[in-house]
Structure formats: C-alpha cells, structure tokens
Design a protein around this ligand. Structure first.
Ligand code: IPM
Ligand code: MG
Length: 363
C-alpha cells in the first residue's frame, strides 16, 4: 500500500534554494518509483521571511511545520540581514524552529567516502574508513540560556552577557540518544565537555557517568575535554564512534569533523527528540552567500539529509540506503562540485550533480 508523508520544505537563503531544488529531483524520483509518496509544501525561514513578514519564522509557518511528518531545511542568513534587529536575525528563525519542536538531539554523521579521501584536509591513512557520529545537544546551553544581553555600563563601556545552563534531564535525554545510537554502531561513546572549568560541564560529566552506570554499562564510555577532543579529531579521528556534547561544543566540533570528510558540503544532519514532533533535516553548512546563485554549491549534504529523513521519519531504510549508494557511486565516477574537486576529476555544477544522482538511481 502506498503511504503518503507530508514534508515541509524551508529552502531559506543563499545557496538554500539551489540545493533544495536538486533535492526535489530526488523527491520526484521517489514519488515516481517507490511505494511512498512525499507530499511537499514550502515555507519561508530566515532572511527571505524577514523580507516578507519582518520575522525570520512566522507562527503560521511554525504551525505548518508542526503538522507535517518531517521538515527539510536549506540554509539561513547572509550579509543582507546583518543590520536587522538581533532578535529577528535570520538565525533566530532556525533556533525558534529547533526550540519550538524540542529537537534536542542533533545527529551529525561524518563519514569519509573512499572516493573523497583526497579532498580531506588530512592524510588518507588518518581518515580512511572514518565513520563517526556527533550527537549535539540542540535546545539548551549557551544558545538559549538567559540572561542574554548587551548592557550599558556607567563607565561608558558595554557588557555582553550570555548564560549557559543545563539541567540533569536535559543532559540525560541527549546522552540516552547517544548510548542508544552507539549500540547500533560500534558501541562506544565519547562524552565531550569542559568539566575542568565549567559548572554545566561538571554536571554533564556526572550525569552521563551515572546514566551509563545505571542503564548503559554495556556501552564503552570515555570522557574528554573539548580542547583535547578538537585535537584528537585531527590527530586520530578513528578512535571515535559516537561523540556526545553540548550545543556550542557540538556546533564547533561538527564543522571540524566535516573537514575530515572533505567538505562542509557533504555533511547532513537530523534533529530529533520532541515528543510527537516532526524531525528536522538540514545540511550542517551555512547559506554560503559568496557562492549563492552561481550553480556551483554542493547539493550532497542536503540530498543526504533527505536520505536521513527517509530513514528516520518515513520508515524507508532501503530507499535511504539507495540514495547514499547513489551519492557514493557518482563520486566514484569522479564527478565533483568545486568544493570537493581534485585532480583527475570532472567539475560539475549544482544542477548537474542533482541530475547525476538521479541518473544513478535510475541506472
Ligand atoms: C549549525 C549552524 C547554526 C548553529 C547557525 C546557523 C545558527 O551553524 O547548524 O551548525 O549555530 O547551530
Ligand atoms: Mg554550525
């Protein structure tokens, strides 16, 4: 029986619309050939929403997101909106979406494909076969703590204030996702914090240790300070399986892991957790305003995010795998967008990359 799923598509700004357009080719292929139907509808997020509604994400669009089965996002932001009020900046739309849907666990898998090994910033022997997963806490910590302000001081200076908070249950629930996921992978979790300095990190370490002892003692657990983890990721990244960490550290470490795989343009992500809420799928890269509209952006992180949607939201593991295999096969044919171009390969455009994936799927 055909099953229909509702996908809310938020293309956003910069290269967002271009990479989403290529992902539509994959969705069309799914609808034409598989036993599921993906019904799409579009909405605005980020700068394009500010331009139209003076808000980076309207409550109406948020409600439409909530009533869909999954959300696919492109990217938000750009210099055009540098001077809008801080609380309606493009990124605030994305943060509102994550927070409102309570998407506390952000999965960012970084895999080095054999075909792309030359694009990695590291030597092939260091990254060959690398397959790690960063589980980033996404709805708390420094990103959401209050007070947050820039205050005027009597001496004429200003003072910027951010607040980092974590509660026991916020740590437990994301750690649980990490342990559960590790059980389906290589059964190892590295919990990354700054417990030698920060109170939130001290609680983080204590809570993860306790949860491990009580419920997940079959999983191997290490703790690592974030500075060491950043270093170990470039020294010997294959020592990791699942890394679980807070919101800010996860933001930074996931960009670092992306470069291990060759390009920011390759890394998909899935954000999940909220009870009875749809999951959000988005590439980890930004809107890359400098290359927007040039048809040179890499659409693969978004296409791979769509594969994650098939796996986690649309109960279609086999289709997800097919798309991931098609991506590997196109790269094995030495077709590359400019960000992952290397000697002896053929450079192709954004839209050619989308079409090449569909051709593989059909082949
Ligand atoms: C990411 C991005 C976002 C973040 C920005 C766009 C707000 O860098 O998804 O990693 O910091 O979470
Ligand atoms: Mg980031």
């Amino acid at each position: 029986m055909t099953k229909t799923y509702k996908l809310k598509v938020l293309a956003g700004d910069g290269i967002g619309p271009e990479i989403i357009k290529e992902t539509y080719k994959i969705i069309d292929w799914i609808n034409a050939t598989s036993d599921i139907i993906i019904e799409t509808s579009e909405g605005l997020i980020g700068g394009c929403s500010i331009d139209k509604h003076n808000s980076p994400l309207t409550d109406e669009t948020l409600d439409e997101c909530k009533s869909s089965d999954a959300i696919l996002m492109g990217a938000v932001g750009g210099p055009k909106w540098d001077n809008v009020a801080y609380d309606i900046r493009p990124e605030a739309g994305l943060l509102k979406l994550r927070k409102s849907l309570d998407l506390y666990a952000n999965l960012r898998p970084a895999k080095v494909l054999d075909a792309l090994i030359e694009s990695s910033a590291l030597k092939p022997e260091i990254v060959k076969g690398l397959d790690i997963l960063i589980v980033r806490e996404l709805t708390s910590g420094l990103y959401f703590g209050t007070p947050r302000a820039i205050e005027d001081l009597d001496n004429g200076e200003q003072k910027g204030i951010d607040t980092c908070t974590y509660t026991t249950s916020e740590i437990q629930r994301v750690a649980r996702v990490a342990f559960e996921t590790a059980r389906k992978r290589s059964n190892k979790v590295t919990s990354c914090d700054k417990a030698n300095v920060l109170a939130t990190s001290k609680l983080w370490r204590q809570t993860v240790t306790e949860l491990h002892k009580n419920e997940y003692s079959d999983v191997e657990l290490d703790h690592m300070y974030v500075d060491n983890c950043a270093m170990q990721l470039v020294r010997n990244p294959r020592q990791f399986d699942v890394i679980v960490t807070d919101n800010l550290f996860g933001d930074i470490l996931s960009d670092e892991s992306a470069m291990l795989t060759g390009s920011l343009g390759m890394l998909p992500s899935a954000s999940m957790g909220g009870e009875d809420m749809p999951y959000l799928y988005e590439p980890i890269h930004g809107s890359a305003p400098d290359i927007a509209g040039k048809n040179i952006a890499n659409p693969l992180a978004t296409i791979l995010s769509m594969a994650l949607a098939l796996r986690y939201s649309f109960d279609s593991k086999a289709l997800a795998q097919k798309i991931e295999e098609a991506v590997s096969a196109v790269l094995a044919d030495n077709l590359r967008t400019s960000d992952i171009m290397s000697e002896g390969c053929k450079e192709i455009t954004t839209s050619e990359m989308g079409s090449a994936i569909v051709a593989k799927l059909n082949g």
